[in-house]
Design a protein. Structure first.
Length: 166
């Protein structure tokens, strides 16, 4: 399962941008494309991507509104979102980052930069998940100790150390 390619979801109303992104990323990732918010949310009913690359200027529902919904839904709130947009005003970038985007790339974009940013944010997300899991395991050890199960806590810690989870 770990060797399975991660799913990248590209959301842009421009078919050329979707095709270019797919061409650039498909050697390293599974790539799904959505030309609209409706298509995006349809895809999310059956597939949860590892990362979303989102344009801001999309007809009907713009990228700012989309990210607000994504960040308030339990099943999508932790998915990293990178804005990929023609908006070059620094205020737009700050606004997008404040809404929860992990990055902001302006068009036209450099393919190597897009690939590297995706790789970097996927690594950060994997590390976040690993730390979250370790925190839960350590909480369980603490609970064991406070409940008088020091031996159980000791065994948990040995298991974590031997499997290099810490």
């Amino acid at each position: 399962m770990e060797n399975e390619k991660k799913l990248v979801l590209l959301v842009d109303d421009n078919p050329a941008t979707l095709q270019t992104g797919k061409n650039i990323l498909s050697s390293d990732y599974r790539v799904a494309t959505a030309p609209s918010a409706v298509k995006l949310f349809n895809i999310l009913q059956t597939n949860i991507p590892s990362i979303i690359i989102l344009d801001i200027d999309i007809p009907e529902v713009n990228g700012y509104e989309i990210i607000k919904v994504l960040k308030h839904r339990q099943d999508t709130k932790d998915i990293p979102v990178i804005f990929l947009t023609g908006k070059t005003d620094p205020d737009d970038e700050v606004f997008g980052l404040n809404l929860g985007a992990v990055d902001y790339i302006t068009k036209p974009f450099q393919p190597t930069l897009l690939r590297k940013r995706i790789e970097m944010h996927l690594l950060v997300e994997a590390q976040r998940k690993k730390l979250e899991k370790q925190f839960i395991e350590m909480e369980e050890c603490f609970n064991d100790i406070t409940e008088g199960n020091a031996n159980r806590a000791k065994e948990r810690i040995k298991t974590m150390l031997s499997s290099q989870k810490i």
